[in-house]
Design a protein around this ligand. Structure first.
Ligand SMILES: [Zn+2]
Length: 155
């Protein structure tokens, strides 16, 4: 069967920018790798959460730049950054402005809660319905990709 290849539309694609149709998530007319799409979605969720619970009228260019810096430059990752913001807001942190996000992701309690969640999910792995075996790896070691905080910091 012919393998159709598309350009992954995520500007931070980690896979060289090309995605095979059977590995792709389609959104409108755009195709993404599954993890690229998840990262894109998580970054959107971080911004939505900020708008919803911190400031309905942020300077969007600053918010986007700050989130991108935390996720990519500082290496916290979109999944952890989203988790940390949610955790801090749920636990009564008052995030007052966009630069406050820099403290949120560095909060020791948020880090500890993330580690606890990772540990819990490693004991009892949860697979989402759309989890597929993508590579020639035995299913037993194909757990959802999760990084501990040590990994995030670059080990
Ligand atoms: Zn991609």
């Amino acid at each position: 069967m012919k393998k159709e290849v598309f350009k992954c539309r995520w500007s931070h694609c980690k896979h060289g920018g090309e995605v095979r149709l059977d590995d792709a998530v389609k959104d409108g007319s755009s195709y993404y790798h599954k993890d690229c799409y998840e990262e894109k979605q998580n970054i959107q969720k971080i911004m939505d959460l900020y708008v919803e619970r911190v400031d309905p009228n942020p300077i969007f260019s600053l918010l986007r730049k700050t989130v991108n810096d935390l996720v990519f430059k500082d290496g916290f990752g979109a999944d952890y950054t989203l988790f940390a913001l949610k955790y801090c807001l749920d636990n009564g942190w008052k995030v007052k402005h966009v630069p406050g996000l820099r403290y949120v992701v560095r909060d020791d309690k948020a880090k500890a809660a993330w580690e606890r969640q990772l540990a819990a999910s490693q004991v009892r792995p949860t697979f989402s319905v759309d989890t597929e075996i993508d590579f020639d790896i035995a299913p037993a070691i194909h757990a959802p990709k999760q990084r501990s905080f040590t990994d995030i910091l670059g080990g």
